[in-house]
Design a protein around this ligand. Structure first.
Ligand code: FAD
Length: 388
């Protein structure tokens, strides 16, 4: 049972037990805060991720710093796969590894989203956070400081008091919607006009990886591209990025047969690697890509947003989660340092909003670079000179 939060000046209520929610819960619980976390979905540790799709994320040093502070780095790294650089797949089948740094001290890591979430939830609970699953935030009474949650299994509603709410409930944040009814957040969403679909490269016949495991594979093709990140289970998650309009686009590549024709023409060396191309293409949903800008991330001392809820971005810099983890470190520090929560939230926003804006811009720029420039001869020469 959650205790009465009004009794405590070190109580906080988090909405969302995804990546940011679980890390922030841990950081605050480790600092002695009483933390209640409400998550819309069921407990993924009960259902398991075994049969589900593998979706992976690039974890960088920025994110690992937060994981170390949360005591989660060792457990996460035990299932991470090192990516030393980009493996560019040219149209003629040639490949070229472009290293991220001079040696293996400058690399990024591929982590399985589902496994990462499970590890972080275990660590949050062990740190003392109270996790409440099947509790989707439905409405907030900011005057009474009560939040109402719906249980998606039976539609029942549950109300809990709060001192402050932290929205770690992702790009479609319900808390952000509730805050917007009280104050002007300056919210705008810019859609990229491109979407993505995930496909899978299974293990090779001998059970190993079927292509170089320690790389982020890219098939750049000008206006569009494919990427593939390795999973510790010896598979790769392939993501196809296409415009929504034009040719080719998700308007012209509409089914498995059309996807196969596109791959045979433009990603020929990937075709034998993806035996279930048609099935994956037709079964997996297309995801939209957008950047979310807000001018304000908090409502006085009553609510604040972190992670995608505050600054969702396109995934081309692989920094959305890493940036969300940095938010968690910053917010935990400001809350600890500054007993006036409105001041702590304002200081958090002042520190992090300019950073988030810069990373959002870099993520948009990187789409042009990844799909267009990494196979450009001048660009390759310049990179080679930089590395020399
Ligand atoms: P989420 O991970 O979305 O978690 C939100 C949580 O809140 C979920 O558990 C959800 O169920 C819960 N929730 C939602 N609504 C409610 C509600 N009403 N009440 C209670 N709970 C609720 N980032 C990287 O750093 N590296 C990458 O390589 C990378 N690749 C990406 C590839 C793709 C295709 C995409 C789309 C994103 C990628 N990202 C990457 C971005 C990354 O996924 C996000 O930035 C990250 O998940 C943000 O974490 P979050 O905790 O803020 O939100």
């Amino acid at each position: 049972m959650p205790h009465n939060p009004q009794d405590s000046n070190r109580h906080i209520t988090l909405i969302g037990a995804g990546l940011a929610g679980a890390v922030l819960a841990t950081l605050l619980a480790r600092r002695g805060w009483q933390v209640d976390v409400y998550e819309k979905r069921g407990d993924p540790r009960l259902k398991g991720y075994g049969g589900g799709r593998s979706i992976n994320l690039a974890l960088a040093e920025r994110g690992r710093h937060a994981l170390r502070l949360a005591g989660a780095d060792d457990a996460v790294m035990a299932q991470a796969v090192m990516m030393r650089g980009r493996m560019v797949h040219f149209l003629d089948g040639r490949t070229d590894l472009q290293r991220y740094g001079r040696d293996d001290s400058e690399v990024i890591w591929s982590v399985h989203r589902g496994e990462l979430n499970v590890i972080l939830l275990d660590i949050a609970e062990r740190a003392g956070a109270h996790l409440h699953f099947d509790r989707g935030l439905a409405s907030v009474d900011f005057d009474a400081r009560t939040a109402t949650f719906t249980d998606p299994r039976d539609g029942s509603t549950h109300t809990a008091g709060f001192v402050s709410l932290v929205g770690a409930d992702g790009a479609g944040s319900a808390l952000r919607g509730a805050m917007a009814s009280q104050t002007e957040l300056g919210e705008r969403t810019e859609f990229l006009g491109h979407s993505y679909k995930e496909l899978e490269i299974p293990p090779a016949a001998d059970g190993g990886f079927s292509i170089e495991p320690n790389a982020l594979h890219i098939w750049p093709r000008g206006r569009y591209m494919c990427i593939a990140l390795p999973n510790d289970e010896r598979t790769f998650t392939v993501t196809l990025f296409l415009p929504n309009e034009g040719d080719p686009s998700f308007a012209t590549v509409r089914n498995g047969a059309e996807a196969r024709a596109l791959f045979e023409r433009d990603f020929a060396d990937a075709v034998p690697l993806i035996p279930n191309l048609e099935r994956d293409f037709e079964r997996n949903p297309a995801g939209l890509l957008a950047t979310l800008y807000l001018d304000s991330w908090h409502l006085d001392d009553r609510a604040v947003l972190v992670g995608d809820a505050a600054h969702a971005m396109v995934p081309f810099h692989g920094q959305g989660m890493n940036c969300a983890f940095e938010d968690c470190v910053a917010l935990a520090e400001h809350l600890d340092r500054q007993p006036d929560r409105a001041a702590a939230f304002a200081a958090f926003q002042a520190e992090r909003l300019p950073n988030a804006r810069a990373i959002q811009a870099m993520a948009l720029e990187n789409y042009l670079e990844m799909r267009d420039r990494v196979d450009d001869d001048d660009y390759l020469l310049q990179r080679a000179l930089e590395r020399a």
